[in-house]
Write a protein that binds this ligand. Structure first.
Ligand code: SAM
Length: 161
């Protein structure tokens, strides 16, 4: 019998610690122990070019209020995960966004079939618009606005099939 390769989920976040409990307990913990799922949590700050403060936020490129996540650290992160390749097997890049397609069971089932997902968790006023050129799909978990994409990233792909 051939062994199924695990579903790989790379998460880009400013708050890696938020994922500890939910991904270590219950079904998700067991799925990882059984190597059905390989969840890799990455602190986006590791791709910052600001050696002193590992800054990753900036004012929006086209103007506007508040701060957004800079495109450069996200670009470097996606490149290192192979998500900028033009191949069919490249990871599927998702930006969790209140403007995205609202998550339903059918969409969750389609997502897990992709087998390698990269989830970008926004913060502040979101992400720099230039990042959208590298995003394959925007997903919302409902018609409300949260302070960050971490909670959406925990539920978006957890279809048990
Ligand atoms: N004004 C921004 C907008 O409309 O996109 C709000 C940004 S929100 C304060 C910060 C981040 O939280 C977003 O970049 C997104 O990643 C995440 N977020 C907030 N609500 C969400 C939702 N309903 N579904 C998915 N992600 C959400």
């Amino acid at each position: 019998m051939t062994k199924k390769t695990p579903l790989v989920v790379d998460v880009l976040t400013l708050f890696p610690g938020m994922f500890k409990g939910p991904f270590e307990e219950s079904l998700m913990g067991r799925a990882q122990q059984s190597k059905l799922v390989d969840v890799r949590i990455h602190n986006l700050r590791q791709w910052s070019d600001d050696e002193r403060h590992a800054k990753v936020d900036d004012r929006p490129f086209g103007g506007g209020a508040g701060m957004v996540l800079q495109p450069e650290p996200i670009y470097r992160a996606l490149k290192s995960l192979g998500a900028l390749k033009k191949t069919k097997s490249k990871p599927w890049v998702i930006y969790l966004s209140p403007q995205g397609t609202v998550l339903k069971q059918k969409l969750a089932q389609q997502l897990v079939k992709r087998r390698h997902l990269v989830l970008i968790c926004g913060h502040y006023e979101g992400i720099d618009e230039r990042v959208m050129a590298w995003v394959d799909e925007e997903i919302s978990i409902g018609d409300f606005v949260l302070t960050g994409g971490e909670l959406p990233a925990m539920v978006a792909w957890t279809e048990p099939a």
